[in-house]
Design a binder for this molecule. Structure first.
Ligand code: MG
Length: 397
């Protein structure tokens, strides 16, 4: 089998990757919805894969990976890798998880972030109300993650939150020494969340990036009585093109509150120091950014050797990426906690753009691992053609 083409179309706000072959089998991959500017970057890789045998996934990704980088520049390589696995699975008549080594679990635990009502504000009452709304969601999530500190709008909603100037205009980074009032406000909000969630539900907090080391340590220590599952991206995180391994190591070794990072990191080499130096308790690679689903499995296996847990990140992607992540997560060792459930544009979940998606997708906080060949999900060509943008009309050719 030979690759004959690489296509990309922005469907329901999300760049979808399609690889075609001379045997009529095609494969799908997906990029985060917020990165629809990446279509030209996806197409850049066509020159490297035309004529290759798509079932040699590792051989092709070894070739491409050198032309990728930390988020967002690893997204295209990752989506292509997913599409190659989809083809390899369909060619073999096997679900992708079988090609990755087989299942360790039949259903994959997912956790809630942005699905459901959004926070209306950043007061303790706002957090409590949002937690109550999320508990009422039909998905049955058992773990919830909320924004805190420099993640979301808390830092900007309170002029006394930190010693620094609020920079607006995404993706401007904010960072600074947090005031006593700011720290106390964080603690009050977590207290309000715990009062609603109790001991039945897990609570994680996405905090940055933006905390300097002393503020990160103070926050993590102040939150120790609340038994939160993790504090995410305190130091570096989303879109940082590097990893502050030593800073994370200092914070992690100063507290019993588990520390998490990694959603922007590319490849196992990008994670190596963080894992081997036990600089965090939990890593959060995103299979859509880390280099793909096999790469994320490699990262998880390395983490397991060092006693580091994994709770993979997922952004605004959608069902193709979710299925890729579910196949991957089904094969991870026992250091796996839960997969972030992607908040995709609603057309992906509610419309008829895809075939093969079990509904409801999430039951009792889990997603079933599909048994169909490949990723187990197909685009509904008729429905997708109706929404294709003019510049994407060659997508099904
Ligand atoms: Mg995050």
């Amino acid at each position: 089998m030979k690759i004959t083409g690489l296509k990309c179309a922005v469907i329901a706000q999300t760049p979808v990757v399609r690889i075609t072959t001379d045997e009529g089998i095609d494969g799908l991959g997906q990029i985060e919805a917020s990165k629809n500017y990446l279509k030209p970057h996806v197409l850049f890789y066509e020159r490297f894969i035309l004529g290759e045998d798509p079932t040699n996934v590792q051989r092709i990704t070894m070739k491409l990976r050198r032309f990728g980088g930390f988020k967002p520049w690893g997204s295209s390589v990752s989506a292509i890798e997913m599409a190659l696995w989809d083809i390899a699975g369909k060619a073999a008549g096997l679900p992708v998880y079988k090609l990755l080594g087989g299942k360790v679990r039949d259903k994959v635990r997912v956790y809630n972030t942005a699905t459901g009502p959004r926070l209306k504000g950043y007061s303790p009452e706002d957090y409590a109300e949002n937690a109550r709304e999320k508990l009422a969601l039909p998905h049955g999530f058992k773990i919830f993650k909320f924004p805190l500190g420099f993640h979301g709008g808390m830092f900007a909603s309170n002029p006394k939150f930190f010693y620094g100037e609020v920079e607006t205009g995404y993706p401007h980074p904010n960072k600074g020494y947090v005031t006593e009032l700011g720290l106390k406000h964080c603690v009050e909000c977590v207290k309000a969340l715990k009062e609603v969630l109790g001991e039945e539900y897990g609570l994680a907090l996405d905090c940055g990036p933006g905390f300097p080391i002393p503020s990160a340590i103070k926050l993590a220590k102040a939150l120790e009585p609340f038994n939160v599952m993790w504090l995410e991206d305190l130091i570096t995180g989303d879109y940082y093109p590097y990893t502050e391994v030593e800073a994370f190591r200092i914070v992690k070794s100063s507290t019993t509150t588990p520390i998490h990072t990694g959603e922007q990191i590319y490849l196992r080499e990008g994670f190596r120091d963080l894992i081997e130096r036990n600089a965090v308790d939990i890593i959060g690679p995103d299979p859509c950014d880390a280099g793909g689903i096999a790469e994320t499995k490699w990262i998880a296996e390395l983490a397991d050797l060092h006693g580091v847990l994994i709770a993979p990140h997922s952004g605004l992607n959608g069902p193709i990426e979710l299925m890729a992540a579910v196949h991957m997560a089904a094969t991870l060792p026992k250091n796996f906690i839960a997969l972030e459930f992607p908040f995709a544009p609603q057309e992906w979940w509610e419309g008829n753009l895809v075939k093969g998606l079990e509904k409801p997708v999430v039951k009792d906080g889990f997603v079933e691992v599909p048994d169909k060949p490949g990723l187990g999900i197909e685009l509904n060509e008729k429905a997708v053609r109706k929404v294709l943008r003019e510049e994407d009309k060659d997508f099904f050719e």
